[in-house]
Write a protein that binds this ligand. Structure first.
Ligand code: ZN
Length: 247
């Protein structure tokens, strides 16, 4: 594994003008010192194995002007495909499609939504932090859109639930507690609308029958005659869920 040393340890940059992230990487294959500045402003100095801090410092100071120019140029550039983060999010359940853009920012991570476009601002070198921000937005969006839809379905089926909560899990699509709390998996957003509605009907039927008895299924069939096909579809629904959601 190539070793990465934080720049601060080598005293190459002082904190005031340090770029968002940068590293010195030792490489067995490198024959000479090179420096690269990535979109977003991340700096990487690659050095042959065994290169000492003095040689690195000399190299960096020789190229300091170029590096600074490059950082200024690339710091606010939107990074092109930022794997494994999405460039687009499609919620089949809602018929919604969101374009996702990423922008370098130094003051925290933020997701803002406007007109079918999500803007994710943050340190573009930290994919996990950006992904968490997107996941948090997903949860808020799921609550905002699935909650009222469930309430509507309850009204249409003359059932009642006490409270709805949204979760993000790999194992179940929904549940209904004895106290009337219905849990919905945020991944329902990625399912076809009929499948999502079937899950609602299923959980609402549990507010009447807390089991999977034949009376329960008769109740479900009453509200959703096509329940068998939709239930099968839901069991295979994980294939619609993009990797970043559960990562
Ligand atoms: Zn059930």
């Amino acid at each position: 594994m190539p070793a990465a040393a934080p720049a601060g340890q080598l005293g190459l940059f002082d904190a005031r003008d340090a770029p968002p992230e940068w590293a010195v990487r030792q490489s067995a294959r490198a024959r000479r010192l090179t420096v690269k500045v990535f979109p977003g402003g991340r700096v990487e100095v690659v050095v042959p194995r065994g290169t000492g801090p003095v040689a690195v410092a000399a190299f960096v100071s020789r190229h300091r002007d170029w590096i600074d120019r490059k950082i200024a140029e690339l710091r606010h550039v939107v990074v092109a495909p930022l794997e494994p983060l999405p460039r687009e999010i499609e919620f089949q359940a809602l018929g919604e499609r969101w374009a996702v853009e990423y922008q370098a920012a130094t003051s925290g991570t933020r997701v803002t939504a406007t007109d079918g476009c999500l803007l994710v601002r943050g340190d573009l070198g930290r994919v996990r932090v950006l992904r968490h921000a997107l996941q948090r937005w997903l949860m808020r969006h799921a609550h905002l859109r699935l909650g009222p839809w469930l309430a509507e379905t309850a009204l249409a089926t003359s059932t009642q639930f006490r409270r709805v909560q949204v979760r993000r899990q790999r194992t179940r699509w929904g549940s209904c507690s004895r106290r009337g709390t219905i849990s919905l998996n945020a991944c329902l957003l990625f399912q076809p609308p009929a499948v999502t509605r079937y899950l609602f009907v299923h959980e609402l039927a549990h507010t009447v029958h807390m089991n999977h008895s034949s009376r329960f299924w008769r109740q479900v069939a009453d509200w959703e005659p096509d329940w068998r096909a939709l239930d099968r579809e839901l069991m295979r629904g994980w294939r619609h869920v993009p990797a970043w959601v559960l990562a």
